[in-house]
Design a protein around this ligand. Structure first.
Ligand code: SF4
Ligand code: SF4
Length: 375
């Protein structure tokens, strides 16, 4: 089991400084220049939505550029590939890359951006929840994957980092279908591990995490930026996620990590990690705000249906862009006169609509009794 994580205190998004830091981290992890030379390397950032870097929704362009330029200087053939939320079309990819803030400079440095919207079937015979995946072609063809994730809270998985970032290798709206297929949170977490293991068994996955400006609260799309000043690298996405979980004080509450421990993919606790660089305690915070949906999900199992929180569209804020309808796994959102409407009967309370609404028009409605229970 790989359990080494390199951690560095970084207070600024300075590309050249970050490049030096990543190089030092790779050296300390014994990831050499030769490891990358001549290899097809796919860099998979988190480009969830078109937001400014200071919103902390996406991997910061300075981190992406630092990694891309370093890999190119090592002789790697770098392709940037991502399947963001929504449809997987050439146009959608172009828009996501343009909004990333690093496209122009990365292309100048020699990186190629993927516009191939094909995908392949990849079997996962050892998967526990899922025995096969559709994956975007560049990831299937790569020799090495660099998982360039952002540390954020997540309304469904509580935290998104290295493992969850790889869910973005599933093309476009198929992710929505998978939310419906794996609607139970435990099964969804098992599926994420199956997906990560399927890639990891076939090729090296190097994870680099931008936790300089992380996101707390209602992540991954509408939370609050929170400075953690940390950049992390590891050969194991599980070890890196465990370190990040410790960094934000979430203990043993991340279901996906608890399942990873049971599968023997990471140590039982962060004490079992080998940390190179800045100790976790030096950067750790104890008041990182968890998504409200997490407190909710613990209670949801115990309360009757009429008291359960549910998504509600704020009609005054909704602009009718349709992102929520396209993302709803139960197809229970309709658009009428440029406004979205939810059919409550079929809603499974996955909160994907709240996660992905770019206008914060989806609110979570809770009964007064429920609010008191949550407090
Ligand atoms: S609720 Fe949000 S995502 Fe849905 S149509 Fe309205 S603005 Fe768009
Ligand atoms: S309406 Fe929202 S919470 Fe309900 S099933 Fe659709 S995406 Fe999930």
């Amino acid at each position: 089991m790989e359990k080494t994580v390199a951690i560095a205190k970084c207070e600024q998004y300075d590309k050249d400084m970050l490049k030096t830091v990543v190089q030092q981290q790779f050296d300390s992890l014994q990831i050499s220049k030769d490891f990358f030379a001549g290899k097809r390397v796919v860099v998979k950032p988190n480009l969830l939505a078109r937001r400014e870097p200071e919103k902390a929704v996406t991997t910061h362009p300075a981190v992406a550029l630092a990694v891309i330029e370093l890999l190119i200087s090592y002789g790697a053939q770098v392709t940037v590939a991502e399947s963001p939320a929504g449809v997987y079309t050439e146009h959608a990819l172009r828009e996501a890359y343009k909004a990333s803030g690093f496209m122009e400079e990365a292309e100048k440095a020699g990186a190629v951006f993927n516009y191939d919207i094909s995908s392949r079937d990849v079997s996962a015979p050892e998967g526990i929840a899922c025995k096969g995946f559709h994956m975007i072609t560049p990831v299937c063809e790569a020799d090495i994957v660099v998982d360039l994730c952002k540390l954020k809270t997540h309304s469904l998985t509580k935290m998104t980092c290295g493992v969850k970032n790889l869910f973005g290798v599933v093309p476009g709206t198929e992710k929505v279908e998978m939310h419906a297929r794996f609607s139970n949170s435990t099964v969804f977490a098992q599926m994420l591990l199956d997906l990560c293991e399927t890639i990891y068994r076939q090729k090296p996955v190097i994870t680099v995490c931008d936790a300089i400006l992380a996101m707390e609260g209602e992540g991954p799309g509408t939370g609050t930026p929170r400075r953690l000043n940390a950049l992390l690298s590891s050969k194991s996405p599980y070890a890196l996620d465990l370190a990040c979980c410790e960094l934000i004080g979430f203990g043993n509450t991340i279901e996906m990590l608890e399942l990873a421990k049971k599968r023997g993919l990471c140590p039982e606790s962060a004490k079992g990690l080998t940390v190179i660089g800045t100790p976790i305690e030096e950067l750790a915070v104890r008041d990182f705000v968890e998504p409200k949906s997490q407190k909710m999900s613990r209670l949801i199992r115990m309360i009757p249906p009429f008291m359960k929180p549910r998504p509600v569209i704020n009609q005054k804020v909704c602009v009718g862009c349709g992102q929520c309808a396209r993302s709803c796994p139960e197809k229970t959102i309709t658009l009428e006169n440029k406004k979205a409407f939810i059919n409550r009967k079929n809603c499974i309370r996955c909160f994907c609509c709240q996660e992905l609404c770019p206008y914060k028009a989806v609110e979570i409605k809770r009964s007064i009794i429920f609010e008191k229970l949550v407090k």
